[in-house]
Design a protein around this ligand. Sequence first.
Ligand SMILES: C[S@@+](CC[C@H](N)C(=O)[O-])C[C@H]1O[C@@H](n2cnc3c(N)ncnc32)[C@H](O)[C@@H]1O
Length: 299
Amino acid sequence: MAVSVVEQEGAGGTPGQSQLGGPPLSYDPDLERIEIELLLEGIFQRYGFDFRAYAHASLRRRLWKRVEAEHLTTISALQARVLHDPAALDRMLLDLSVNVTAMFRDPGFYRTFRDTVVPMLRTYPFIRIWHAGCSTGEEVYSMAILLHEEGLLERARIYATDINEVVLRHARSGIFPLNRMQEYTENYIKAGGTRSFSEYYTAKYDGALFNAALTKNVVFSQHNLVTDQAFSEFNVILCRNVLIYFDRTLQNRVHKLFYDSLVHLGVLGLGSKETLRFSEFEDCYERLDSRDKLYKKIK
Ligand SMILES: C[S@@+](CC[C@H](N)C(=O)[O-])C[C@H]1O[C@@H](n2cnc3c(N)ncnc32)[C@H](O)[C@@H]1O
């Protein structure tokens, strides 16, 4: 029976025991670190994707998962494969970007957004929103529904970006698993939804096709937070559950990108485990709510 990489971490073995999967215990940690550095440097130089400042433990786990899936035994072998075969890079990108998401994820966040941010947005004739790291788009459809119910969708332009083109294709399709609609309906209600959630989609086979009108003003496009530049001025930037995968230096770089991309009094929304505290930009924002991670740019 194949043993997964995660289960295998710290378990026994020797390099070359690929049938066990994962990093064997006797794998020299110094060598592993060098190999990972070389692999990430190679990917950056060859393809421009920069994972060099991603948090190490999670990255390492994911790389070994890919080593196993490619039936290889070392990180160096993975490097050779990825550098010579762009299709292997695509497979690896899917592993490296954790795409877990949900509609109205952390419903309290959306409720607070309705209560504290929507009144500010009402004062603008035109609203620009950026979802950075939107994954398969559930967050974007949730926001579109919220804005629609608040009568603001028509004047909003939403930019939804992710590093990963595969998840963006999924997001553009507007089709989500039917078996998650129960959970999403509950989230929607807790998030302060004012209608019946089923109004927004049509069930088709095992998929729920969301109303295309929701994404009329949405542009889905590829954008890499590590290497790409700031967009133009936004009233709201949501980047939730993305920064947790970055080290402190990279988090600061991305915070600069957001700071530069937000208008004065613009709002930044982060994931529940993320914070602006200890970042270089902490003093430039005021927290809007004691529980949810919503911040207003004040200087
Ligand atoms: C866990 S998902 C979060 C999805 C959504 N924001 C949410 O909170 O449910 C993290 C997303 O960040 C994206 N991501 C990772 N590194 C990125 C980068 N350098 N630039 C843009 N997106 C990135 C991944 O592809 C993935 O879709």
